[in-house]
Structures are given as structure tokens and as C-alpha cells.
Design a protein around this ligand. Sequence first.
Ligand code: ATP
Ligand code: MG
Length: 372
Amino acid sequence: MSIAFSHNPASDYLRVRNAVRHFNTPEGGVVKALDGINLNIGQSEFITLLGPSGCGKTTLLKIIAGFERLDSGKITLDSQTLLELSAHRRPVNTVFQSYALFPHMSVGDNVGYGLEVAGVKKPERVQRIGEALEMVGLAGIEKRLPSQLSGGQQQRVALARAIVNRPKVLLLDEPLSALDRHLRMKMQIELKNLQTELGICFLFVTHDQEEALTMSDRIVVLNGGKVEQLGTPTEIYHRPASRFVADFIGESNVFEGKVVRFDDFGADVQCGELLIRTEDRNLITGSAVEVMLRPEQFTLLDSSTSAAGQQVLTATLEQAVFVGSDHQLVCRLASGQQISALVRGHCHHLQVGQPLQLAYSSADVHTIPAVF
Ligand SMILES: Nc1ncnc2c1ncn2[C@@H]1O[C@H](COP(=O)(O)OP(=O)(O)OP(=O)(O)O)[C@@H](O)[C@H]1O
Ligand SMILES: [Mg+2]
């Protein structure tokens, strides 16, 4: 299933049309690395490609960069067909996970290498190297060797090298994954600021869903060489288009059910013994759906709180784990299904085995068409 929630007509700066790339494996099989990808991306969007290992993220970047060919399909950038241009003539640049700096060359020479190859004269080169290093927060270190820099600094030099010739699109393949958590979070902010400052399109690959949710204007969720969903972080998180997306991004409680009634305000879905009310209005009686609630959409009821206007589930507490300001509760419904709830406040009085009342709002209940 391929669903684009938010098609913005202005987003056709980078267009990928029916991109297909199959690989023959040494075992005699065929891998569909890209299986009909369509994307419309804006001129200054921060786009993240997210998906499990082997879903085609690197293949798509390599094809846009010109390091890999397409079997069929078309890619245009700023109305120019890309596929006819050799890699070094494309107005794109790539930053990889491994910084791949030339170890024997100074930082300045590393950053200016592409300019030199392109025949840019020395005075302009020096100026542009200085500007690029300044943009990544490393002004004045032109003379150092890569070995005299930390991992984070090396990655910034790789970024400076990639932006120095002013590409229209920057391709970033897991550029932060070699960095430790602290540095990685710092670089996430720097990268986002750099993208805003440059005003160019970033196509960023990560395995890390949190990183994708915090940095991106829009996220492309890939699965088996296909686009599962293209949407803003909020759409992807709260309105996943498929069970795959719901399970892949964040934690979710999913109930399988059937629509038993609908009206102008929503529908009732029978999920085993549970009747769940949703405000989704595109459902018809008899259709099979999956109903999703995120853990943080539950509130825990006690004697002092009422469920006014809310739906309530009764479940047995199996585990409560303190996670900073919240508690992660694992509970079991009478049906045997396990559910996860993230609740605020003091839960120290709770006992494993006790019944809990978990309230949720029908406005938060998202439904996904069931696919059999
Ligand atoms: N040159 C190749 N020959 C054969 N198969 C390949 C080749 N390159 C990629 N593949 C296969 O194509 C699929 C997609 O690979 P790709 O590298 O694009 O995945 P990915 O999404 O980047 O994964 P990861 O998150 O692990 O980096 C995989 O199944 C991979 O094994
Ligand atoms: Mg990859």
C-alpha cells in the first residue's frame, strides 16, 4: 500500500517516478531493492528516509547521486533529468556514515578538493573553504590533518566538503550513526540549523525513528523497496497509513476489529469483547479495521479522577516501570491482549495484579484498514 497523506503541489523540485532497481543475488534470486518508488520533494525540505535494514534507502541515494543505475523510472531535479548526467556532473553531494576524508590531506584541502577538480581558482577556493568551515562551526582549522580531529569534527569536515560546491540536494546516508549519543544529539540540531541556513533539500537516511521525528519536515517510510507512507512526523506518528508504519514508528497498541455502526461523528468498532469508539469518519459498517492507541494516549483513573467524556478499558497490571517523569505500565485485558500505557504522576502505590481503569479519548483512536 502506498499512501501520500500530504501532497503539496509545490513539492516537485526533486521528482522520482516509478523508480525500479532489482539486483540478482549470487544465490540466483532477485532482490527488489526499489520496487516502484514515487516521491515529490520540495526545494528546501528536510526529508528523512526511514525503514528497516535492506528496504532500499542507500540504493535510492546512490541512484540519485549517480553511483548506481535504475532499471526503469525517471528522476528529475529542478526540471532537469538526472539520469543522463554522470555522477560528478549532478548538482548533488553525498555524506556517508564513514567520513571518508583523505588522511594525508589537510582539512582545507579535503574541503576544497571538489572545487579544485572543478577548476575553481585558488583565491575563490580559499574563501569558499573558509565559509563552508564556518558554517559547520570549524572556522580556522584549515591546516589540521583529519587525524588531529575528533569524530564529530571529522564528520563536520565531511559536511563542509559536501556543501562547499553548493549542491541543490545533499544526500546524507546515516551520517551520525558513528557518533556517541550525546554528540549525535548535538549534531542533529546543528544539521537541522545548517539545512535551514543553506535552504537546500536534505535527503537524510537514518535507522533512528526518534531522529527522524525530531529533524524532518517530512518522512518517507520505506518497506521492501516501496513507499509505505510519506508524511509529516505528526502524520506518520498519529495517523500511520498501515500496520507496518504503526509498528515501526514508536510503540502502539493495535486491536483488530470490525465496524459495527457508523454515524456522522465516527464509528463503533467491535474488537473481541471491547467496543471502541473512534471519531474517524471514513468507515463503513462491516469493514475490518485495526484500531490504534499510543501508550501516552491513556490516562490512569483513580478514585479522584472521572472519565467524563472518555472511554475506559479495564486491565490487570503486570508491570510498572519508572521512566523519568512517567510510568510505563504493562497491562493485560480480559481477552489476554497485552497493552502498554505511559502515564504521568505517582504510581508507586500500584500493585502487580490489581485491576486498572485506563481512559482514552475517542478523538485519539486512529483506525487503519485491515489488509488480509
Ligand atoms: N550491489 C548489490 N547486489 C546485490 N544486492 C544488493 C546490492 N546492493 C543492495 N542490494 C540489496 O538491495 C536491498 C536494499 O539494499 P540497501 O543497501 O539499499 O538497503 P538499506 O535500506 O540502505 O539498508 P541498511 O539500513 O542496512 O543500510 C538489500 O536487500 C541489499 O541486500
Ligand atoms: Mg544503507
